[in-house]
Design a protein around this ligand. Structure first.
Ligand SMILES: [Zn+2]
Ligand SMILES: [Zn+2]
Length: 537
């Protein structure tokens, strides 16, 4: 029997600004899931990439007198470096600005058109006579009909209202400042409205796995009625439309970026002689899982739009039922925003702080059910108080016990502790499967507490002189706790876990009770460094 296939799609990062802890906090559940599922023996593919074709990217390119490709490459390189340093275990991290992705997206577009779900539609649109082109929504300046603010024409920067075509009638071209006029423009549309019934069904099937925010947002969107969506737009940066008459248009980013989950899997499978359908298509065992991990601003793309595209192919796609939508991580009580400049770039944070410890913060303090908050005071308290004082100290005082000199003794395992370890695998695993990552991590930290308590009660520093046999049992038991912590912490703190495995000569992460033998292991460097008051950005 083949293993269960688990596909984990993490939201695609927009290539127009530095990546910050807010992004990471939304992506982290995906990496925890991937590492957990690999440890239990599932065939995991974790995919994502850089979202290259959005208009914020072209706007930045214009501002910086660069090409969009140069902007995209710069951010893509940064994201790759951040994810590597943060221990994000992507099997495939690609970008949408590749010929491979373009080709696969064009195939999908043609298939949807053949199936009758993509059709041309002519309607009035903003045209700038001076620039001699149709201007897209963000190139138009409008007055918000809801709140009166002056805003770019995609979404009100003040009240988040999404503008409709009629709102753009009295616009101004943001490139040259002239009044725009309305002319007939032909674009391709996706018949999202035809999927109302199957999407309601998908909602009913999936909502048991979703967080409240995902259920509420999706239900609201469905109840408002589904509207067909433009597939093409007047741009010169993006994927070309594989049909005649659309040379001056490109495929809209919303449709090709979500399709990236499929194309990234296809790319990985092509390169590794695997069949991508094994992860994406329904099969007989009915056990495979597809997870989508993203922030709350991205919910309907993953619960409505992407499923509709999958349905529109008329191929036997398994629906992405497991959505993990995070709330926002704020910084010092404020929403992270470019204008406030409070979203410290991850690369700067990683110069000062430990990646495991930042991961720990993102999970322990994660925006699971409500927005959460990052402050240096909280971060320091967590790092020094939990990670260094509890976990780091337990490892250090066991493995570097003065007198052992790096030779771990043989002994008898304490049965109660063994039982606690086994329970932790079960408890932590269940919490991960229920998307309660905070509780999952807390259950592993609880095992550290049990280890420290056991150590304190047994007083090995006394036994060392008074009762060598009992001393050996205590240290042996603590070593087994540490060996199992190297498995249990792997989804959360992979770097420290790897250090422990290297030290204990363990080759792989397993989600089951393990033991390590006695013998010479040498000394181990402290896993973490204590932070001081000077360690702020
Ligand atoms: Zn407004
Ligand atoms: Zn103009």
């Amino acid at each position: 029997m083949s293993n269960k296939k688990v596909l984990i799609g993490i939201a695609w990062t927009y290539a127009n600004s530095d990546i910050h802890l807010g992004h990471i906090s939304a992506y982290m559940p995906g990496d925890v899931l991937a590492r957990y599922h690999r440890a239990v023996g599932d065939d995991v593919l974790m995919v994502s990439g850089t979202d290259c074709h959005g208009t914020p990217t072209t706007e930045r390119a214009i501002r910086e007198h660069k090409t969009p490709q140069e902007i995209v490459n710069r951010y893509h390189e940064q994201y790759v470096e951040v994810f590597k340093k943060m221990g994000m275990s992507y099997d495939c991290y690609t970008m949408t600005a590749t010929p491979y992705h373009a080709e696969k997206v064009q195939e999908m577009i043609l298939k949807l058109k053949d199936n009758g779900f993509i059709y041309p539609k002519t309607e009035p649109a903003s045209f700038c006579p001076k620039c001699n082109k149709f201007v897209y929504d963000r190139e138009v300046e409008v007055i918000c009909p809801k709140c009166g603010a002056v805003s770019k024409g995609d979404q009100c920067g003040n009240c988040d209202y999404v503008f409709q075509t009629q709102d753009l009638l009295k616009g101004k071209c943001r490139i040259c400042g002239s009044q725009t006029e309305i002319r007939d423009n032909t674009n391709l549309y996706f018949a999202l409205s035809k999927f109302e019934k199957p999407l309601f069904k998908h909602f009913e099937n999936s909502k048991q796995y979703w967080r409240k925010n995902t259920v509420n947002e999706t239900e609201k969107f469905l109840n408002e009625g589904l509207h067909d969506r433009a597939v093409t737009r007047d741009l010169n940066w993006g994927i070309k439309v594989p049909l005649q008459g659309y040379d001056d248009k490109r495929i809209y980013v919303w449709i090709e970026a979500v399709w990236g989950y499929v194309t990234a899997t296809q790319k990985y499978c092509d390169e590794h002689n695997l069949d991508w359908r094994d992860w994406w298509f329904k099969n007989d065992n009915n056990e495979n899982l597809i997870y989508m991990c993203h922030g709350k601003d991205n919910i309907v793309f993953h619960t409505i739009i992407f499923p509709a595209l999958l349905m529109a192919t008329k191929e036997p796609f398994l629906m992405p039922e497991h959505c993990v939508s995070s709330e926002f991580l704020n910084i010092n009580g404020e929403k992270i925003s470019k204008s406030k400049g409070n979203g410290w770039p991850m690369l700067e944070m990683l110069e000062k702080f430990d990646a495991d410890s930042l991961r720990y913060f993102c999970i322990a303090n994660g925006p699971e059910k409500r927005d959460s908050n990052f402050t240096f005071a909280d971060y320091h308290a967590l790092h020094n108080g939990e990670i260094v004082n509890k976990f780091g100290n337990f490892v250090n005082r066991t493995l570097n016990f003065k007198g052992l000199e790096g030779v771990l003794p043989n002994g008898t395992m304490n049965i109660e502790v063994e039982q606690k370890i086994k329970e932790t695998y079960e408890k932590c695993g269940n919490e991960v499967l229920n998307n309660n990552f905070k509780d999952a991590l807390a259950s592993v930290m609880n095992l550290v507490d049990i280890g420290n308590k056991y150590y304190d009660e047994q007083e090995p520093w006394k036994l060392f002189k008074e009762d060598k046999a009992k001393f050996n049992d205590v240290i042996y038991t603590c070593v087994q706790i540490i060996a199992n912590l190297s498995n249990l912490f792997d989804p959360f703190m992979p770097f420290a876990s790897k250090k422990l495995r290297d030290y204990l000569k363990l080759n792989e992460v397993k989600w089951e009770y393990i033991t390590v033998g006695s013998g010479e292991y040498g000394t181990i460097q402290p896993l973490f460094t204590r932070l001081t008051d000077k360690d702020v950005l």
